[in-house]
Design a protein around this ligand. Structure first.
Ligand code: ADP
Ligand code: MG
Length: 400
């Protein structure tokens, strides 16, 4: 097909969203479908891995059909397939990987395995179907990814090259929101519920602690969560003593004030560290990704700080901050361009880190010869052992 940009079919199933998308030239979303499992996991207050994997199985084919239909594209018109290979829940990852490998095999299409965290970063490159062209984020840049499972800051000097500046030492920011949502009786997921509740706060003076961890770029949110729990318990006990407590629940206005204080504490730390990282690395742009990047208070804080510095900010719209297939198409495109191809031995990598422990950017051509190559292989093997790779084989693929 000449005269058009190469088209990737992208599949994401690492956690609790089944995402399928068609992405042209690594940026333009032709169509996408996300089957969310939020309602499925809400009664448990968190993701139930076995249910998640089954739901991926149930929804992956309908999601693909939906995407092909709305883009008016058939699979033979696709140029390649990108699929999340990790990190994530093993059972969930296996569904997407087996599906992608089967399609690649059946249609003789090249396949590439994508790191989910890299997907969250590359969501900032995406353009919606009818959105006017705009420049891609310039390098060097600083990117914050804050999701339910991860929170980290990286510097990117080029595509697929990441220098880890800092990461959470305990809870991820989204996880902290989810736990706080539960403490405040706001339900699951906590992030959006807390953001909504916070807008109802009349007094905005609740101060909860921030863990700055000195001058490092690391994050810690578990102390904040504990402080909130103690505060809630203390106020409930005081209410019981005074005979004003209402069935072990805080008054909705007080919940709103504490939700505001919690959100403010998380946003303060995330934004302050991200902006300082931009200053200290002389970044030319800021990128945000992950579910927590859909938080309006965080977006506004980052946008204001970036405007003061004259820096452009790239934050995907909320539906591209949370898990989706399109972001895997954007990141997968960069891997395709770098010449990467996955074989039929592509397996799930539940603990796949974005940045290799010894600092070699993940997808730079690995050293081929000599001690450097041996060290690289040894590090890879160690990482695979630690990550507990799960091999996937597609029945009949040996016949290829
Ligand atoms: P993961 O794949 O790690 O579950 P996602 O990128 O799908 O993460 O994001 C989900 C997380 O984002 C949840 O923890 C949720 O509470 C959080 N989140 C979503 N929207 C908001 C918001 N508006 N404010 C804060 N957190 C949010
Ligand atoms: Mg998710």
């Amino acid at each position: 097909m000449s005269g058009r940009e190469p088209l990737l079919l992208a599949i994401e199933s690492s956690c609790d969203e089944t995402g399928v998308a068609l992405v042209a030239g690594g940026r333009r979303i032709l169509a996408q479908a996300v089957a969310s499992q939020i309602a499925l996991h809400a009664p448990a207050g968190g993701i139930v891995p076995e249910l998640a994997a089954r739901a991926h199985l149930r929804w992956i084919v309908p999601a693909l059909r939906d995407v092909l239909e709305s883009a008016g594209v058939t699979i033979p018109e696709v140029d390649g397939i990108a699929v999340t290979a990790g990190p994530g829940l093993a059972g969930s990852l296996l569904v997407g990987i087996a599906f992608a490998k089967t399609l690649a095999w059946a249609h003789q299409l090249p396949l590439v395995g994508v790191n989910h965290l890299e997907g969250h970063l590359y969501a900032a490159w995406l353009l919606d179907r009818d959105e006017p062209e705009r420049p891609a984020p310039p390098f060097p840049l600083v990117a914050l990814v804050a999701s339910g499972g991860h929170t980290f800051l990286v510097e990117m000097r080029d595509h697929l090259a990441y220098r880890l500046l800092g990461e959470t030492v305990d809870d991820a920011a989204g996880e902290a929101f989810d736990k706080a949502g539960r403490l405040l009786g706001l339900g699951y997921p906590g992030g959006p519920a807390i953001a909504v509740a916070a807008t109802g706060a009349r007094r905005r003076d609740a101060v909860l602690p921030r863990a700055w961890l000195g001058s490092s770029y690391d994050f810690s949110f578990s102390g904040l969560k504990t402080a909130l729990r103690r505060q809630v318990e203390a106020e409930l006990a005081a209410g019981a003593r005074a005979g004003t407590e209402a069935g072990g629940r805080l008054d909705p206005l007080r919940v709103a004030e504490l939700a505001w204080g919690f959100e403010e504490a998380v946003v303060d730390v995330l934004a302050t560290k991200t902006l300082r990282a931009a200053d200290e690395t002389a970044a030319r742009a800021l990128v945000l990704g992950g579910g927590v990047a859909s938080n309006v208070a965080l977006r506004e804080r980052i946008a204001a700080g970036a405007a003061e510095r004259g820096l452009p900010v790239f934050i995907p719209p909320p539906d591209l901050c949370t898990d989706n297939g399109a972001m895997i198409g954007a990141a997968g495109w960069q891997r395709f361009v770098a010449g990467e191809r996955a074989g039929s031995d592509l397996g799930a990598r539940p603990a796949w880190p974005l940045v290799r422990p010894f600092g070699t950017p993940d997808t730079r051509r690995p050293p081929r010869r000599g001690p450097a190559a041996r060290a690289y292989e040894a590090a890879l093997a160690a990482e695979r052992d630690a990550a507990g790779d799960v091999p996937v084989s597609v029945p009949g693929e040996d016949a290829r």
